[in-house]
Design a protein. Structure first.
Length: 309
């Protein structure tokens, strides 16, 4: 699928056809669209495949007729992802007066305040990279909210389900750290190659701001990752402690049932036993069973207080 846009009055406007378009967005290009990119626009086939590879690292390549950028961005999160936040790749192929964007999924591209004052295709390419930085920050906020919710559930849970969900979030942060670090390297390369690419003074300042924001994003993700990693053992201990409490309660119930059962069973044997001809033998036996239960409860409470002291 292909979408076409033009830059008009500082904004990116959608077009119905490619006539007069300055930006073309290829979403999961089919074989015909791939051949057009490779044969007509001279896009390197390996670089085109890298733009659709979620495991590809960010990089910058200078081709004879265009500039190729591969940068990382967070993929859209859905309920079926089960607390696992994934990263994807986006390819930007910057020509003299045209920008080609290659995506592996259909997502909004040019909405929001960030694209309110676009001066050209170079400016649009930089804003797309900067958009991924804010996208990562938004996902980090969502991960924090999910972590707080899971922490509350772990305190009262005796199973490991929520602990496994927390581990999945921790794994997601590791992928995010790698992706954000790769974007840092890309932004630094863009900054160092600014003269060769032809960035203006305003765009250089925008690159400096983007580098600072991306570094802050990395630090924030690193802090969240360290906190989760440091508290995983403590949360596992909480789950084990809750399980031990459950086993203790089950043992109390089991022993409390066994004591009166033993008393009743002793007077139910098919041999001569005391009170077998006494008219109130049944009530005496039930009374002994009740006394044994009460005695067990008093003994358990006393031992419990001694353990607490």
């Amino acid at each position: 699928m292909v979408r076409h846009y033009k830059i008009e009055a500082g904004r990116v406007v959608a077009l119905d056809s490619d006539e007069g378009s300055a930006i073309s967005v290829f979403v999961v290009p089919d074989e015909g669209e791939r051949r057009y990119l490779v044969d007509a626009l001279k896009v390197d086939e390996h670089t085109l495949g890298s733009a659709l590879d979620p495991d590809e690292l960010s990089r910058l390549e200078f081709e004879p007729e265009h500039l190729a950028l591969i940068f990382k961005r967070p993929r859209s999160y859905t309920a079926t992802d089960s607390f696992f936040f994934k990263t994807g790749s986006t390819g930007l192929f910057l020509f003299k007066d045209r920008l080609i964007v290659v995506l592996a999924e259909n997502v909004p591209m040019f909405d929001g305040k960030l694209f309110s004052k676009v001066t050209g295709v170079r400016d649009a390419a930089l804003r797309l990279v900067n958009r991924s930085v804010f996208h990562f920050l938004e996902h980090l906020k969502a991960i924090t909210m999910m972590t707080d919710s899971l922490e509350h559930k772990i305190r009262t849970s005796r199973g490991s389900k929520y602990l496994l969900d927390l581990f999945t979030l921790e794994k997601s942060l590791v992928y995010y750290l790698n992706a954000i670090h790769a974007n840092t390297t890309l932004i630094e390369k863009l900054r160092n190659s600014a003269a060769k690419i032809g960035f203006t003074t305003e765009q250089l300042e925008f690159l400096d701001d983007m580098l600072i924001e991306n570094s802050q994003c990395y630090k924030q993700a690193e802090i969240y990752s360290n906190i989760l990693a440091g508290l995983m053992d403590a949360r596992a201990s909480i789950v084990n402690n809750n399980l031990n409490l459950l086993m203790r309660d089950l043992n109390i119930i089991t022993i409390a049932i066994m004591v009166p059962t033993f008393v009743v069973s002793a007077f139910s044997m098919n041999v001569s036993i005391p009170l077998q001809k006494f008219p109130f033998a049944f009530w005496i036996i039930m009374g002994l069973a009740t006394v044994s239960v009460l005695g067990f409860i008093l003994l358990w409470r006393r031992n419990g207080r001694d353990l607490e002291d």
